[in-house]
Ligand binder design. Structure first.
Ligand code: 5GP
Ligand code: ZN
Length: 114
């Protein structure tokens, strides 16, 4: 997808601090972390948001969900826990229109969501 920041990161056109990669999934450190550990996990195929998940692209999304626990473990978060967030659309605060799951952890996170 042209002009998509995360598609450019996947393509290596924009540098990122890679945490994990396989044929379907890419994970990297957030440039502006909101917690001691803040990683973004994305499907390699362009999906604009969770609102765009369909029967056809569900396998790409499940590939992302499948590796999140593994990535969290590698980051040392499995024992104490962590938070997974996907923001959607204007009210959800989504700033990059390529589906991404935030993994946040490394401290006790505030419970407030809104
Ligand atoms: P959103 O607000 O869409 O849920 O999350 C987008 C996230 O992408 C933000 O947490 C933001 O800090 C991160 N981000 C934006 N641009 C870049 C970038 O160029 N590199 C990296 N690693 N993260 C980025
Ligand atoms: Zn994209």
């Amino acid at each position: 997808m042209e002009n998509c920041l995360f598609c450019k990161i996947i393509a290596g056109e924009i540098p990122s601090k890679k945490v994990y990669e396989d044929e379907n999934v890419y994970a990297f450190h957030d440039i502006n972390p909101n917690a001691p550990i803040h990683v973004l996990v994305i499907p390699k195929v362009h999906i604009a948001s969770i609102q765009e998940v369909t029967e056809e692209n569900l396998s790409a999304v499940s590939a992302v969900l499948k590796v999140i626990p593994r990535i969290a473990k590698e980051l040392g978060l499995a024992e104490n826990g962590y938070r997974v967030i996907t923001n959607c659309g204007e009210d959800g605060g989504q700033s990059v229109k390529h589906l991404h799951f935030h993994i946040l952890g490394g401290k006790k996170l505030p419970v407030t969501l809104a």
